[in-house]
Design a binder for this molecule. Structure first.
Ligand code: GDP
Ligand code: MG
Length: 440
């Protein structure tokens, strides 16, 4: 799938100490292929790749991130932007009821999604919607909505299949006003393909219902077709948003990425399964992270940006490289890590960190951190800078001074040594081969 391909591409540069223009070019070539293979609209791909290239090559360097991480950051941001940036909310009319027309091809998931949306509005927004059965053509379509209504214990308005959809819509809205429903969800008929008859009927319903939203329900699994359908519906009806269904079965992601870029209308919800509660508001940034499959790394990058003093990080990096790390640096580092949140959580976010022996040993809890701090603070300046000075009697003194035990002091000194060694290795590798990740 798209996620896998993008991930393996990004992994190649993730830990690079330096990313050249050539690296970015090569990487974007693969990203381009991955997107096309995922059935993303080719114009969208072209623009996307150009935007990322421009930003990734010309951008200001953030000292606390490796260039590889920065490229990932740019890809993520551009992908989010492509899908609309902010989450797009559903309309709420100043004068209720808010009327929503559900449109789309047959089998896209209109009826199911009408039920899901009614449930969502009640459960998460405390609303009281009226569902309207306006698909009079498909056998059992009315029954299907009525069954959903029973399941949810929510009202469904229907006039059978002998009254025109336009009339049904008109009467439903009158009834909603009378009974103080704040939302009206009109489930309309679909066809196998976009055609005149379908569009005419939908336009007629639109004329009498004056909907606040026309939500196009599209099947994400149909990829580019979904986008073409969206374009067609948008031309005739001016849709206000899309709901992507069957995202749970969509391994390519092409529709999710292109709908907004091609039609200009945002995806508002995503259907994630057949169950009534399998509907989620569509969050572009979360979707991007999911596609990139590296939400954790992105979180880490964000935290690094907000928390780490860049100059200090650079100085630390130099000391790690030259093996000049002192206990003071260690303490400083620990306090920064603490500002970022629980240590084990942080370590878990670092790719491969769990596997590194040294870091695993460094997985300590908050209480241990307090002890470590006390131990280091009980050392003299000379001891902090040169651990070799720490003979048995000094260790004893430190344990006493810090209110800890000799065992704890010994353990810390050993861990510090291991950490130093490992950091030297890490920075060495990063410099030499660009293979290992930089971390913080
Ligand atoms: P309509 O013809 O547009 O009204 O489509 P339906 O609501 O009848 O749905 C068609 C089929 O798609 C049904 O079997 C639904 O259970 C299924 N479906 C709808 N939304 C989703 C979804 O988000 N995920 C999955 N896996 N199936 C869905
Ligand atoms: Mg239906």
């Amino acid at each position: 799938g798209l996620a896998e391909r993008l991930q393996s591409t990004l992994k190649k540069i993730r830990g690079k100490g330096k990313v050249s223009e050539q690296d970015v070019k090569e990487m974007m070539r693969e990203v381009r292929l991955a997107l096309l293979e995922a059935d993303v609209n080719f114009k969208v791909v072209k623009k996307f790749v150009n935007d990322v290239k421009e930003r990734a090559v010309g951008q200001e360097v953030l000292e606390s991130l490796t260039p590889g991480q920065q490229v990932i950051k740019v890809v993520n941001e551009e992908l989010t932007k492509l899908m609309g940036g902010e989450q797009s909310k559903i309309a709420s009319a100043s004068k209720p009821p808010t009327v929503i027309m559900m449109v789309g091809l047959q089998g896209a998931g209109k009826t199911t999604t009408t039920g899901k949306l009614a449930n969502h509005l009640r459960k998460n927004h405390n609303r009281n919607p009226l569902m309207v059965a306006a698909d009079i053509y498909r056998p059992a379509a009315i029954k299907q909505l009525e069954t959903l209504g029973k399941q949810l214990d929510m009202p469904v308005f229907s006039l059978g299949d002998q009254v025109s959809p336009v009339e049904i819509a008109k009467q439903a809205i009158a009834k909603a006003k009378e009974e103080h429903h704040d939302y009206v969800l009109i489930d309309t008929a679909g066809r196998l393909h976009v055609d005149e008859k379908l569009m005419n009927e939908l336009e007629d319903i639109k004329a009498v219902a004056s909907p606040d939203e026309i939500l196009l329900v599209v099947d994400a699994m149909t990829g580019q077709d979904a986008v073409n359908v969206a374009e067609n519906f948008n031309e005739r009806l001016d849709i206000t948003g899309a709901i992507l269904t069957k995202l749970d079965g969509d391994t390519r992601g092409g529709a999710a990425i292109s709908v907004k870029a091609v039609t200009g209308t945002p995806v508002k919800f995503a259907g994630m399964g057949e169950k009534i509660d399998a509907l989620e508001p569509f969050h572009p940034e979360r979707m991007a992270s999911r596609i990139l499959g590296m939400g954790d790394v992105l979180t880490l990058i964000e935290k690094a940006q907000t928390n780490v003093d860049e100059k200090k990080a650079k100085e630390l990096e130099r000391k790690m490289r030259t093996n000049e790390l002192t206990f003071d640096d260690f303490l400083e580092q620990l306090s920064q890590v603490r500002n970022m949140g629980p240590l084990d959580e942080l370590l878990n976010m670092m790719p491969g960190a769990g596997k590194m022996k040294g870091l695993k040993n460094a997985q300590v809890d908050e209480k241990q951190l307090t002890h470590i701090e006390a131990i280091v603070k009980s050392m003299t300046k000379a001891e902090r800078e040169d651990p070799d000075l720490l003979n048995a009697s000094r260790r004893k003194r430190i344990a006493k001074g810090s209110g800890t035990s000799i065992q704890e002091v010994n353990r810390l000194i050993k861990q510090f040594g291991e950490m130093k060694k490992m950091m030297k290795q890490m920075t060495g590798m990063q410099k030499g081969k660009g293979k290992k990740k930089g971390g913080l």
